[in-house]
Design a protein around this ligand. Structure first.
Ligand code: NAP
Ligand code: GDD
Length: 335
């Protein structure tokens, strides 16, 4: 049997790194976009790129590529002829999207159009996964499923909605094999440092070590449905193994406030969160998404997908990882 080829935009991100691991374990040849930056941005995938720490891994290749550059996208898709394409690349931070709305629209919105146009024009028979987001539901009341109305509340969510509808339009209009995974928040030790769960986990670890005195956060009342990222990349893959393209909500079905996350993380380390957390308006958003909670019954029924990690386990995984990383850094400094 010929080896399956997958192309991932956003390979260097949280999900891209877990998806690459997952696909490699299934025998895929994995290719991904790497954004050219002045300093190295591959820390989440270095263990995959460099086999035994030195030689190049035979089954994973990074290519310079940017979602703002149609030529690179088209060349890569045409030359590789991937069987599966996962479009995970994005300016993915909601608060930042209010500060750079035009750039966010270009990468997170028009970037998807560039990918789909490259597939359409080249005639390559790829299955396409779009990283759609629960942020698209915005002000729509929970629980949200595939039939809930979209009421986006940020430039990021609007850009994701543009992508969502472009996928639907290319599926219906050009018969492209394209699916939207509408994923609710998913976290891990590889989460970017400025997302709230990672910020809380890092803050707790530093407070325990006496390296930080307070943790400044924004809205503690927002409710999110938080799951564990490695389980969510399997759902992406399952969507592309299904017999037809379709759209699926993925989440845990449980919602907690940011305050609940804070409390759980501090109590795990026997700390009273109220002594350390300071609410700072700098972290508020012009418009907030108040409550997200997934109804993932369609994915459960059709794909057989279910979440496994509980909220409490997720908090502990993140605080433990933040503590380990800090301990290693301190040892290195002492060395
Ligand atoms: P992430 O960690 O922020 O990763 C984003 C990836 O996109 C990074 O590899 C980043 O590259 C890349 N990227 C940014 N701008 C780009 C550009 N102009 N061209 C090409 N690549 C670019 O995000 P994530 O948490 O893994 O999420 C993956 C995808 O799922 C994103 O599209 C996100 O919006 C969406 N999503 C995430 C969640 C969640 O809870 N995590 C939920 C729903 C949907 P650099 O490493 O160079 O920055
Ligand atoms: N980032 C951040 N920093 N958020 C804070 C803070 C803070 O200091 N304090 C409170 N929050 C609140 C935010 O206002 C929001 O209500 C909630 O914590 C979660 O914020 P983030 O972790 O930044 O995630 P998000 O929900 O805005 O967006 C994430 O999930 C989406 C799926 O629903 C991102 O991963 C998006 O890319 C993804 O689409």
């Amino acid at each position: 049997m010929t080896k399956k080829i997958a192309l991932i935009s956003g390979l260097t991100g949280q999900d891209g790194s877990y998806l690459a691991e997952f696909l490699l374990s299934k025998g895929y040849e994995v290719h991904g976009f790497i954004r050219r930056a002045s300093s190295i941005n591959t820390k989440r995938i270095d263990h995959l790129l460099f086999h035994n720490g030195i030689e190049d891994h035979p089954n994973i290749v990074g290519h310079y590529g940017d979602l703002c550059n149609s030529e690179q996208i088209t060349n890569l898709i045409y030359n590789l002829q991937p069987s599966e394409i996962y479009n995970l690349g994005a300016q993915s931070h909601v608060k930042v999207s209010f500060e750079i709305p035009e750039y966010t629209s270009d990468v997170t919105g028009v970037g998807t159009l560039r990918m789909l146009e490259a597939i359409r024009r080249s005639g390559v028979k790829s299955r396409f996964y779009q990283a759609s987001s629960s942020e698209m539901f915005g002000g729509s009341p929970p629980p949200q499923n595939e039939h809930s109305p979209f009421r986006p509340r940020s430039p990021y969510a609007i850009a994701k909605l543009y992508s969502y509808w472009t996928v639907v339009n290319y599926r219906e209009g050009y018969n492209l094999w394209a699916s939207n995974g509408i994923l609710f928040n998913h976290e891990s030790p590889r989460r970017g440092e400025t997302f709230v769960t990672r910020k809380i986990a890092d803050g707790v670890a530093k407070i325990v070590k006496g390296l930080q005195k307070e943790l400044r956060l924004g809205n503690l009342d927002a409710e999110r449905d938080w799951g564990y990222a490695p389980e969510y990349v399997e759902a992406m893959w399952l969507m592309l193994q299904h017999d037809q393209p379709d759209d699926f909500v993925i989440g845990t079905g449980h919602k907690y406030t940011v305050r609940d996350f804070v409390k759980e993380a501090f109590e795990y380390k026997d700390l009273d969160w109220q002594k350390y957390v300071v609410v700072d308006e700098r972290y508020f958003r012009p418009t907030e998404v108040d409550s997200l909670q997934a109804d993932y019954s369609k994915a459960k029924k059709i794909l057989g997908w279910e979440p496994k990690t509980s909220f409490k386990q997720l908090v502990r995984i993140m605080v433990d990882a933040a503590t380990d990383t800090l301990n290693k850094t301190i040892v290195n400094i002492k060395d």
